[in-house]
Structures are given as C-alpha cells and as structure tokens.
Ligand binder design. Structure first.
Ligand code: CAA
Length: 246
C-alpha cells in the first residue's frame, strides 16, 4: 500500500478524530487544521498518548486565503496532499423565520464554502499526479431536510452537488470524489441537541441507537482505498436506516 498524505479538515472533532485514526491505521500520514490552537494542541497530545501522531496546521477553512496558506504550509512541510476529507462543519440551528444572516453565513461559509477553499489549492496537484481522493462529509439532513436546519441542510446538500460535478471533471485523471452522509452520530454536535428533541430523533432510527464515529470513518477508509478507484460521484448514506432512498 502506498503511504499518502491525508488532510482531514475539522479532524479534532467527533467524526473527524475517528477518520484521522482510521486513515493513520491504513498507513497514511494524517494532518488537520485548527482555529483554536490551545484546544487542538490538547487533542494532539491526547492522540499522541494513544499512539497517533497527527500534524496540525493553522487555518480557518471558511476563509479562502487562510485555507490556501494552510495547504501551502502542509505541502511545504510534508509533501503533496493526495487525500482530502472535507469534514469541518458547524451547526447554528434555528427555525428559518427567526434565522439571522450570521447564522446563515457562518454555516454556509464553514460547511460549504470551505469545500471550495480547501479543494481548490489541492486539486491542481492531484490532476498533475493523476491520483486523488476527495470526500465530502455531508449529512442525512442534506438529503431529507430538518426542522431548524435550513442553513445546514442547504450547505450539506450543496456539498453533494460539488461532489458530483468534481467527480465528472476529474474522473479521467485518477481522482475520485464522493460524499458520505452520516445520520445522527454520538458526537458533541448531536449531544448539543436538546435532550427531548434528540430522544424523538433516536426513536425514528430503525437501529434504535445513534451511530458511532468509527462507523463513519470505516466508510471513509473504504472510499480512500486504492481498490475504490471506480467509485466516484457516489453518496454513501450511513444513518442506521433513518432515511432510505435511491
Ligand atoms: N417537527 C415539527 N415541529 C417541530 C419540530 C419537528 N422536527 N421540531 C420542533 N418543532 C416545533 C415544536 O414542537 C414547537 O412547536 P409549538 O410552538 O407548537 O410548541 C416549535 O417547533 C418550536 O419552534 P421554535 O421556532 O420556537 O423553535 P425553538 O427555538 O424551540 O428551537 C430547534 C427549534 C432549534 C429547531 C430545536 O427544535 C432543535 O434544536 N432541533 C434539532 C435540530 C437538529 O436536528 N439539529 C441537528 C444537529 S446535529 C447535526 O446536524 C449532525 C447531523 O448532520 C445529523
């Protein structure tokens, strides 16, 4: 297996951490970005204590220039990024008739515009080297919508539109582009949903439980594998059966 450099945005988060570990277990060099240096250094230390060495690079993915500088710094220090997982994401939930412009823009910038900001600086290199894996971490709510998430659902649905266009443009160059759409996974983000609301959501999941971050990371590792070369432009739903469709 070829050892490659993988950039997982938002790697210190719930699903992000599981993805970083899984890609490291597959033999890759894994790096992530940070906005909050102190918090991310703490995470890096925790990971080190568990036997994982992850590089951390400064960069707010919602800012075009910062993301570009971050990719330059990674490539200057380690080499070309061959695997990109656009995972960084936030929620600013609220019913739309009460949603502020800030709530809207923060979510679109961090969850969707970040895909442009981070993918744009890595794609030229992937095209030249004729190999790449780009994965968007979207959401069940980008497919089915969710009460209180017009901003988040718009961004997450947009991520898959991005996936299928990029997949077409780069298919002949050995680059696959796919989306993974997790359902409700036991992370801080989901635990921040009010308990009564969350209980109703869990009741709608056929498996009767929240997902585990590792169950999402497994799919990412599968799509990154050399053998997944003919899987492109797809969306992989991982939601315990909460939303099924074609
Ligand atoms: N369907 C129908 N009605 C709903 C509803 C739903 N799913 N959720 C709330 N309502 C209703 C309430 O029953 C209430 O009705 P009444 O006024 O008649 O009692 C009304 O909406 C409350 O509306 P408000 O505008 O006052 O809303 P609020 O300020 O209380 O908060 C909310 C609403 C922020 C949307 C809150 O319900 C919430 O947090 N919902 C969860 C949203 C969610 O699923 N977020 C996912 C976060 S995790 C994630 O995003 C990861 C991922 O990818 C899955």
């Amino acid at each position: 297996m070829m050892k490659r450099i993988a950039l997982v945005t938002g790697g210190a988060g719930g699903i992000g951490t599981a993805i970083c570990k899984r890609l490291a277990d597959a033999g890759h060099t894994v790096v992530t970005n940070y906005r909050n240096e102190v918090k991310t250094r703490e995470w890096q230390e925790q990971m080190r204590a568990q036997g994982y060495e992850f590089g951390i690079f400064k960069g707010d993915v919602s800012h075009t220039d910062e993301a570009e500088q971050m990719v330059s710094a990674i490539e200057a220090e380690l080499g070309p990024v061959d695997i990109l997982v656009n995972n960084a994401g936030i929620t600013r939930d609220g019913t739309f008739h009460k949603m502020s412009p800030q709530q809207w823009h923060d979510v679109i910038d961090t969850n969707l515009n970040s895909c442009f900001n981070v993918t744009r600086p890595v794609i030229e290199g992937m095209r030249t080297r004729k190999w790449g894996r780009i994965i968007q971490i979207s959401s069940i709510n980008g497919l089915k919508g969710q009460y209180g998430q017009a901003n988040y659902a718009a961004a997450k649905a947009g991520m898959h539109g991005f996936t299928i266009s990029l997949a077409r443009e780069n298919a002949k160059l050995g680059i696959t582009v796919n989306t993974v759409s997790p359902g409700y996974v036991a992370t801080d983000m989901v635990m921040a949903v009010p308990e009564d609301v969350r209980a109703k959501i869990v009741a709608e999941i056929p498996t009767g439980r929240l997902g585990k971050p590792e169950e999402i990371a497994y799919a990412v590792a599968f799509l990154v594998d050399e053998q997944a070369a003919w899987i492109t432009g797809s969306n992989l739903d991982i939601n315990g059966g909460q939303h099924m469709g074609w």
